[in-house]
Design a protein around this ligand. Structure first.
Ligand SMILES: Nc1ncnc2c1ncn2[C@@H]1O[C@H](COP(=O)(O)OP(=O)(O)OP(=O)(O)O)[C@@H](O)[C@H]1O
Length: 507
């Protein structure tokens, strides 16, 4: 009949103060790997939510294999062969793999049959996974496999993936891509959202670019450079972050044998971490997710306390001080989980500005909130970090992921910290905004702060960090200068990736 699997025609969706999708039209062919590109807030998530039946379009039409397609809910999308893997996994840690997969199915088969099908799909697609393992014990990459296998068991014709590689090691990315290529060769189309343009060039056949809700261009990623795609997205020329030469100063932050028992059954114990970070230095902390990154941040932020003699800033023992006291000393932190940890989802941006800014920005003198000053602080963050939002009175949860990330990081940087620790500072952030955030971190160090960047993005760490150390099962390697460090050496420092040998053996 036609070689179009999904046709979108004039899809439009407005939210208060913003048209998230404005007359979006494009087509996806069977077996095509189609990238959806766009800066933060461009409307990518809104579009895929309409395709998956989570959001109803205000106007426009969709057709699947030539027939009108109007999914009212995700189960209807799934019945039509449309599956989706979300950025945030919706898995229960205390249940095993098979139980989690059964929960997401309309009519789950019996346990033994289900376990057999999981093994079969996992073998066929090179995604090793034991149905009986507890999800809480799995790495981020393995958890993603659970979600993917859950989708594959439904034989999808279209698989939507929202930022699938942000939690994966380079080796896990290769495995995922091999799976996606196999699916595509079998005729399954893939709609792929990512800010990682080199990956898009390696994987995708076609790309549609959104800007402020509208389609502004299409391209063949293999024939387009990453920079050209980024510039198509933002509509301007990009600047690469610049590192000004500077002399490192005195030791500002010192950890002496910090240990910490995990706070949850699936957390990581920290084992005797020692580290010195100097004024003016960016220290990069790499490692596969779940190796103690959150715990490490909590030791610095003051969410976990230490006995005397373990954590020093400027020679002052801060290990037992609570977060607010640390803030007054200029020790600030921006955790990874932006909704619920870094920001309160139902509070407005103004209220969220107050949450961590009150001490250093003196927003609540004598215990009374100065709302005018708080508003002005929120406005400064929005302006300086180009946070796209109708105004500062919207709830944090209404912002697109990348825009909230810009807000959270900007809020800490503008408080001129002396020691700043950030976890995944550019997670889900588009190329232009990532460059702004990285430049701001470099500038902060340039002004004499000690900056600790925890990230799974090795390119990011190589770009901005002076030294690099890896967290592996709650232990920290000795830091090494990033200049001249090869990817192989970094891989060794990270202690090898989870399950790689098994994964390769199954391919
Ligand atoms: N539930 C909602 N309520 C109000 N506004 C919303 C809602 N969902 C999205 N928006 C707005 O719609 C616009 C598009 O957001 P969307 O999440 O689709 O962007 P995106 O391209 O996926 O961004 P990112 O790359 O940052 O995830 C943004 O301005 C966002 O603030």
């Amino acid at each position: 009949m036609t070689d179009t699997l999904l046709a979108l025609d004039g899809l439009t969706k407005a939210y208060p103060g913003v048209i998230a999708n404005d007359g979006v039209s494009f087509r996806i062919a069977p077996g095509e790997v189609h990238a959806l590109l766009g800066e933060n807030g461009a409307g990518k998530s809104t579009l895929v939510k309409m395709i998956y039946g989570l959001v109803k379009p205000d106007a426009g039409r969709m057709a699947l294999r030539g027939a009108p397609y109007t999914p009212d809910r995700p189960s209807e999308a799934r019945t039509n062969g449309v599956a989706m893997v979300f950025q945030h996994f919706s898995l229960f840690e205390a249940l095993d793999v098979a139980e989690n997969i059964a929960l997401g199915m309309e009519n789950p088969p019996r346990r033994r049959e289900l376990a057999a099908s999981i093994r079969q799909v996992s073998h066929d697609y090179g995604l090793p996974l034991d149905p009986a393992r507890l999800v809480g014990e799995l790495s981020a990459g393995e958890r993603q496999r659970v979600e993917i296998i859950r989708c594959l068991l439904q034989n999808p014709r279209l698989l939507i993936m929202d930022e699938p590689t942000s939690v994966l090691t380079p080796q896990e990315v290769e495995i995922l891509f091999a799976t996606l290529r196999k699916l595509s060769s079998e005729g399954t189309a893939i709609l792929y959202i990512s800010h990682k343009l080199d990956e898009i060039r390696a994987l995708c056949d076609a790309a549609t670019v959104l800007r402020r809700g509208k389609v502004v261009g299409t391209c063949v990623p293999r024939e387009t450079t990453a920079r050209e795609m980024a510039e198509l997205m933002v509509g301007t020329t990009l600047h690469t972050p610049e590192r000004r030469h500077r002399e490192n100063g005195e030791t500002l932050l010192e950890l002496r044998g910090v240990s910490l028992p995990a706070a949850t059954p699936f957390g990581t114990n920290l084992h005797a971490l020692s580290l010195k970070v100097q004024a003016g230095e960016v220290m990069g902390i790499g490692g596969v997710a779940g190796n103690g990154q959150d715990e490490f941040l909590s030791v610095l932020s003051g969410e976990s306390l230490q006995e005397p003699g373990r954590v020093f800033v400027d020679g002052v023992d801060i290990g037992a001080l609570p977060p607010q006291t640390r803030r007054s000393l200029g020790v600030l932190a921006a955790p990874e989980e932006r909704l619920g940890h870094a920001a309160a989802p139902d509070m407005t941006l103004v209220e969220n500005a107050l949450l961590t800014g009150s001490v250093r920005e003196k927003l609540a003198p004598h215990g009374l909130v100065n709302w005018a000053a708080t508003r002005a602080f929120a406005a400064r963050i929005i302006e300086a970090f180009d946070v796209r939002t109708p105004n500062a009175d919207v709830a944090a949860r209404a912002l697109s992921g990348g825009n909230l990330q810009k807000f959270v990081i900007g809020r800490e940087i503008l408080q001129a910290p002396r020691v700043l620790v950030v976890n995944q500072p550019t997670w889900g952030v588009d190329a232009a905004a990532a460059a702004t955030i990285r430049q701001a971190l470099l500038d902060l160090a340039g002004q004499g702060a000690a900056v600790i960047v925890i990230s799974q993005d090795l390119d990011e760490l190589m770009e901005i960090a002076d030294r690099f150390a890896a967290l592996n099962a709650g232990r920290l390697t000795d830091p090494r200068a990033t200049a001249g460090l090869s990817l192989d050496e970094i891989g060794l420092m990270m202690g090898g990736a989870h399950d790689m040998e098994v994964a390769h053996a199954a391919q």
